[in-house]
Design a protein around this ligand. Sequence first.
Ligand code: FAD
Length: 286
Amino acid sequence: MRAYVPSYQLISPATLGEALDLLAEDNDAWKPFAGGTDLMVLLEAGQLPHTNYINVWNLPELRGIEVTDDHVWLGALTTYTEVQDNSVLRGEFPMLCQAASETGGLAIQNRGTLGGNIVNASPAADSPPALLAYDAALELVSTQGARWVPYHSFHTGYKEMSIRPDELLVRIRLPRTTRGRRQYYRKIGTRKAQAISKVCLAALAQISDDRIDDARIAFGSVAPIPLRCVKTEGALRGQKLNREIIERAKAELAREIVPIDDLRSTRNYRLRVSLNLLEDFLVTDT
Ligand SMILES: Cc1cc2nc3c(=O)[nH]c(=O)nc-3n(C[C@H](O)[C@H](O)[C@H](O)COP(=O)(O)OP(=O)(O)OC[C@H]3O[C@@H](n4cnc5c(N)ncnc54)[C@H](O)[C@@H]3O)c2cc1C
């Protein structure tokens, strides 16, 4: 049943400073409201937990995509449409663009934000595997100042994160180190559009003369958090790419992920598909 709307409060601060002051008010009283595509679903279902929200949509510090020599900086409010429209992202970060193009439908892509996707912290979300494989970092800002957190250490448990109630996610930083690397993104869902993933893989590798110099592998929907598979990466790094190594990496992956049975899929299906996707990534020369 839909929640009773007048019992909620939404404030639109004029500046980032005002927003941070509200977040710093007594413990956990205010929550950020970005595109609202996750929060409005909860409102409609009568399950929106907090009553006080800060509309961050108009804060310029959380907007825009900036490209410098070594990094791309994405405002937390960057929408999926903005991701797909950016030529540097299309050229160097195609997995993020593909994730954006397979997220929801056009309305969600115009309104949903990367920051909201990250902090909503669904293990089935589509952008986090790409952001993990790209070694993203997050800028968290509060009245105390700013700090950067490597994205691979941000999710600490199901819906638990390294962000304090007084902090706002302001920017996401991607290192521009993807040139010449093999990149592979696959979302497996029930349909081609408007589906929540059953399994999702984002993988990136530097392979020269059949030797894997570096690999970054991240899965969605196979653990309580979006998972960077560092042990599987370790099984591949520095190895000659051959059948034996592929099988060894698959065995490592089977130990590293913890898929579950739920209403969207089964543990066995998720495990089998994850192993198949890893193999497909390793044998597909793109
Ligand atoms: C029909 C539909 C289809 C969808 N399909 C997909 C899909 O295919 N794949 C997918 O991954 N997701 C999907 N989603 C989920 C949703 O659209 C995304 O997670 C989206 O990116 C959320 O962004 P938002 O700005 O709307 O977040 P909001 O709903 O505004 O906020 C989500 C959470 O993040 C917090 N938050 C937001 N911004 C910040 C910030 N800057 N700093 C700190 N906390 C913040 C909020 O407090 C809230 O807890 C779908 C949703 C709907 C309704």
